[in-house]
Design a protein around this ligand. Sequence first.
Ligand code: G3H
Ligand code: ZN
Length: 289
Amino acid sequence: MSEILKHVKEAEEKGVAVGHFNISNIEMMWGIFNVARKYEVPVVIGVSEGERDFIGVEQCVALIRSLREKYDYPVFLNADHTYSFERVKEVIDAGFDSAIIDGAQLSFEENVEVTRKCVEYAREAGGHTVIEAEIGYIGKSSQLFDELPEGAAVTEEMITTPEEARKFVEETGVDMLAPAVGTVHGMMRKGFNPKLHIDAIRRIREAAGVPLVLHGGSGSSDGDVRDAVEAGIGMIHVSTEIRVAFRKAIEKAFEEDGEVVAPYKYMKGAVEEVGRVVEEKLKVFNNTL
Ligand code: G3H
Ligand code: ZN
């Protein structure tokens, strides 16, 4: 079994969840990694198509591999939300630990077809890349908004059903599944995002038979997230809250010193603020910290 999957399954057994945090640059990577190390928990660094194009696909692999080797640490690299087989193939070939084929906006049959193709290629390539798939649309961008993304599956009637999850896993052989259970990508500018469907998570986990990943981790209440972990979520994605913390810290640095030009000076606070968000999340995901 791949290392990343092993850690997610171990987390499930302990009743905790592995944190997955997105980065756009090396500063965010350090903010996340420093805190994960402090608490000695495995961590996944995620890069969406846009994020990895910005950093460089092979450079992402080199960065995370160098952390893993230098610190002998369970830190993994995930190709977050990937919308085509070609781009999944690219990251498998580049040596990513996991990849998400996001067919949430396709029909169920089309989603099954592209996911199965990715799973087959990942296995043929040697199995070093775990494949996760998405069912149920929960919005697309990690940003702040005043209204929920149009068409997001957040109501009881719209969320993923256990039957869909079972059928999808059986037909694709996918390693991990991200169902729609009430979260959305991004977060409300004011107040919390909608409530999670905790019983549905329990039933979907049982029906799916593979670890469940909760996307859209920003903006949900800590209590809801704790209940979701207890109900069977093995990994949780957070991006928007980190982006907001990063940006605010840089704004603050410029307010404090309008003349500063050295990035390692004005980004120092941003690394710490990213770490602060990650620390809060890890405490919730691990319950015991
Ligand atoms: O894949 C990324 C996440 O699902 C992030 O969601 O921006 O709501 O934290 P978020
Ligand atoms: Zn996501």
